[in-house]
Design a protein around this ligand. Structure first.
Ligand SMILES: Cc1cc2nc3c(=O)[nH]c(=O)nc-3n(C[C@H](O)[C@H](O)[C@H](O)COP(=O)(O)OP(=O)(O)OC[C@H]3O[C@@H](n4cnc5c(N)ncnc54)[C@H](O)[C@@H]3O)c2cc1C
Length: 402
């Protein structure tokens, strides 16, 4: 933009990808991004009206001088040539599909009125429990502003879009937002290196069908429900494997069709209890969480066909099925489907302990008087609402509303 402006080209850059202008929000908040959703919403106020101007055609490109106009790159040129496509994502691209999906989602007034994100069923895949507007918002096939116009007043769907804006503002105003090092809102946690466990997670081979089905849905469809994302992100990081959130973030970034830099990094920090949310003792069970929504295991059976004949008593813990049952189901655990890579009961306990130690050492580091840091009291002011302790009411509020 600077280059264009310096060359005498008129640059018009409206804020249209988000509801609010992150720069304005940061200014209103005294020069730093509001670090909790609640404070963001309070500062942001009512979203502005959507821009109603319609353009029937794009202006001509004009003279590009020495610069060559390139064709749309092929999939291989974008670095995705190695991904085999055995199952097409059911979500078609483009504005027409986006508007159709938005109309269909919002047509059902009862569904919209009752929409409560935390209660949605993450195992519902034929008719997902949320709108699946994220890929369209990400690519600009749909503007969050037009969604706003259609979803107001049902607060809860609008509330989801405010999460999007919240993460955009945080990401815009936080140096090194996409990494642990040098990121002052991110807890410093000594994550472990374990390539074998990481690959098992990435490839849907952990031996926990709930986790594996989600990772296979990601690979095949590029989209999974929010709580499904919670489950696998928690499992990789502070729940079971204690592997760095940046590694999981990279996998999501590559495979999600709604992959979005600000939202993805923000949510990975959230789920790994590195920032925004700090109740590290609350861990998603890779067994009972999915079972609660889908006791018969239809979701697992769909995405892991080798388990399709496993009786429902064992579908979430197939390694506990007697050999005769495994044989009858044509699925021998350890041969046709992996044994669990870790024992959840043991691994989750160790994770909690390591998180506790990491939090304690973060506190110690924070309290060191050297390094020219501000004093405790001024630091508290600087990070208002950010360093929430696990049991504070602010944390509970955050948990409920996400
Ligand atoms: C580890 C992890 C990584 C994620 N990575 C991404 C990502 O790369 N891109 C992405 O769009 N979402 C991401 N999300 C957030 C959320 O899971 C998706 O936005 C949501 O599942 C998309 O489905 P939907 O459109 O049906 O959502 P709906 O519930 O119908 O919500 C409507 C819109 O609100 C926004 N929204 C909803 N939840 C969130 C949230 N928690 N944070 C920010 N915006 C939200 C999205 O734009 C979404 O399309 C991630 C969540 C987790 C836990």
């Amino acid at each position: 933009m600077d280059f264009a402006a310096a060359s005498g080209i008129d640059v018009f850059s409206p804020v249209s990808h988000t509801l609010f202008d992150p720069v304005e929000i940061i200014e209103k908040n005294g020069g730093r991004p509001p670090s909790t959703y609640q404070s963001f919403v309070a500062i942001a106020g009512e979203p502005p009206e959507p821009i109603m101007e319609e353009y029937s055609e794009l202006p001509p490109v004009g003279d590009t001088g020495e610069y060559e106009l390139l064709l749309v790159p092929r999939v291989e040129e974008l670095g995705y040539g190695d991904i085999s496509q055995e199952d097409l994502s059911p979500f078609l691209g483009g504005e027409t599909a986006a508007l159709k999906r938005m109309r269909e989602s919002l047509h059902d007034k009862e569904w919209v009125a009752k929409f409560e994100k935390p209660k949605g069923d993450p195992s519902a895949f034929l008719k997902p429990a949320t709108t699946v507007l994220s890929p369209y918002l990400k690519f600009g096939c749909l503007s969050s502003r037009s969604t706003k116009r259609h979803t107001d007043p049902p607060v809860s769907l609008t509330g989801q879009l405010l999460w999007r804006d919240f993460f955009y503002t945080m990401a815009f105003g936080t140096p090194n937002f996409d990494q642990m090092k040098g990121n002052k809102i991110c807890k410093q946690i000594p994550w472990k290196e374990n390539e074998e466990l990481f690959i098992a997670w990435r490839d849907g081979q952990t031996g926990y069908p709930w986790i594996d089905a989600i990772m296979i849905q990601l690979r095949k469809w590029g989209w999974m429900h929010h709580l499904a994302r919670h489950s696998v992100a928690c499992f990789l990081t502070r729940g079971d494997l204690f592997i760095h959130w940046e590694k999981g973030r990279d996998v999501f970034e590559r495979l999600l069709i709604d992959s979005d830099w600000a939202i993805n990094n923000g949510n990975w920090m959230w789920l790994s209890c590195s920032s925004f949310f700090y109740q590290y003792h609350r861990i998603y069970s890779p067994i009972s969480f999915g079972k609660k929504y889908d006791p018969n295991g239809n979701y697992v059976r769909h995405f892991i066909p080798v388990l399709k004949d496993m009786p429902k008593e064992y579908i979430y813990e197939p390694w506990t099925a007697p050999l005769s049952v495994q044989k009858k189901a044509n699925c021998m655990i350890g041969k046709d489907y992996p044994k669990p890579v870790v024992d959840h009961a043991i691994a989750s306990k160790q994770c909690k302990q390591m998180m506790g130690e990491a939090y304690a050492s973060n506190r110690l580091d924070d309290d060191k008087p050297d390094k020219g840091k501000p004093s405790n009291s001024s630091r508290r002011k600087l990070s208002a609402g950010n360093q929430v302790t696990p049991n504070s009411s602010k944390t509970k509020q955050l948990k409920r509303s996400s």
